[in-house]
Design a protein around this ligand. Structure first.
Ligand SMILES: [Fe+2]
Length: 132
């Protein structure tokens, strides 16, 4: 989806709807991990989770910068930051999928399909940005 956003930006078409979907999906992903999935991991995985939460902060900030750049018509900045976000997400998703999700799959006791129906609450922000 992010590569589609970059195409929309480069074509100078209306990128707002696709950006809003991407931002909502990514922020909801962060919300679910930080409130439901990561807290269930045992202490031995805490260091890896701290690294992922730092990346969540970077992802969140990049989304806010891209959203602001689109709103103010700075398409060059929106494009460059979208490309940065693609790189950050590639590494983030790789770490989660190889190091964390196998553990969550083996230990999470909740109903994942119910969990995935949850929406991002209004005003909720990720752990790292709450600390600032
Ligand atoms: Fe994540």
């Amino acid at each position: 989806m992010l590569s589609e956003l970059v195409v929309e930006l480069k074509n100078n078409t209306n990128a707002v709807p696709i950006f809003e979907d991407i931002a909502n999906d990514l922020k909801t992903h962060i919300f679910l991990e930080e409130t439901a999935l990561f807290p269930n991991l045992s202490e031995e995985f805490r260091n890896r989770v701290v690294g992922l939460e730092m990346e969540h902060g970077a992802i969140w900030k990049l989304l806010d910068i891209i959203g602001h750049a689109i709103k103010t018509g700075d398409i060059d900045l929106a494009t460059r930051r979208s490309e940065s976000l693609i790189r950050v997400l590639k590494s983030h998703n790789l770490t989660e999928e190889s190091d964390i999700y196998p553990i969550i799959d083996a230990t999470f006791k909740g109903d994942v399909s119910e969990l995935m129906k949850k929406n991002l609450p209004n005003g909720w922000i990720c752990e790292v940005l709450r600390m600032n």
